[in-house]
Write a protein that binds this ligand. Structure first.
Ligand code: ZN
Length: 246
């Protein structure tokens, strides 16, 4: 290999490496979606589905306009997994990726926990009301690649030690049991089919919104909002969808 071609291939390798890093830490030279200048009304420029999809998330839930859950879609949670997890600030949220997460079972299929992350206010609203924060637990069926997201709302209340562990260790690896973030009652929830709430806004995502919120102290909510205060997509039209209640 000549010196010139070696230099070129090193340059290509550097480009490739920075391209890989851009997925987590955006390059400042390239236009990328955000919650400011390139916010939700511009997301269709990054993915058509964000502008044209008819099954988008989040939505407003009107509890009086729900139907009973089809039992096939009952949620079986098994998030009790003591594991190590990487905590990162990915430029859109604080994201936790467990090495060996728990799982949920829906209509006989197992969906594995891939990651969970937080929004500074809830994205879904209940009768127009936003909760103080929300955690989204993103699961995937490894065979069909379908996604299922459990939303855990947070309201101001008791200090939550798991949140301290996460917020105090951004960029680090922690020991965690994702179950410790769940509220005491996980048996009551809203279910509907929606999308990712960030580009590419991909649809056919099974959403489960736990009715009982978890708690976080005022200081913890403020600590999170020092990172992200407005990382919520506005609510989307329901169109032909039904919201199920359990
Ligand atoms: Zn989210």
């Amino acid at each position: 290999m000549s010196f010139k071609s070696l230099t070129l291939s090193l340059a290509a390798a550097a480009l490739f490496a920075s391209g890989a890093a851009a997925s987590e830490h955006e390059s400042h030279h390239e236009k990328h979606w955000d919650y400011a200048q390139n916010g939700p009304t511009h997301w269709k420029e990054f993915s058509k589905t964000c502008g044209e999809g008819h099954h988008q998330s989040p939505i407003n839930i009107v509890p009086g306009k729900t139907v009973s859950l089809n039992n096939e879609y009952a949620l079986h949670l098994d998030e009790d997994a003591h594991t190590t997890a990487k905590v990162i600030d990915n430029g859109h949220s604080i994201k936790v990726t467990p090495k060996a997460g728990g799982s949920i079972e829906l209509h006989g299929e197992t969906f594995r926990l891939l990651q969970f992350h937080f929004h500074g206010k809830s994205e879904h609203t209940i009768d127009g009301k936003r909760y103080d924060m929300v955690a989204h637990f993103v699961h995937q069926n490894p065979e069909t690649e379908q996604l299922a997201v459990i939303a855990v709302f947070f309201k101001e209340g008791k200090n939550n030690p798991v949140l301290d562990n996460i917020l105090g260790n951004i960029g680090e690896e922690i020991r965690i049991d994702p179950q410790d973030l769940l509220p005491p009652d996980t048996q009551h929830y809203y279910h509907y089919i929606g999308s990712l709430t960030t580009p590419p806004c991909s649809e056919n995502v099974q959403w489960y919104l736990l009715k009982t919120p978890a708690e976080a102290s005022k200081e913890q909510i403020e600590a999170f909002r020092k990172y992200y205060v407005d990382n919520e997509r506005p609510v989307q039209e329901l169109h032909d969808r039904k919201i199920e209640i359990h």
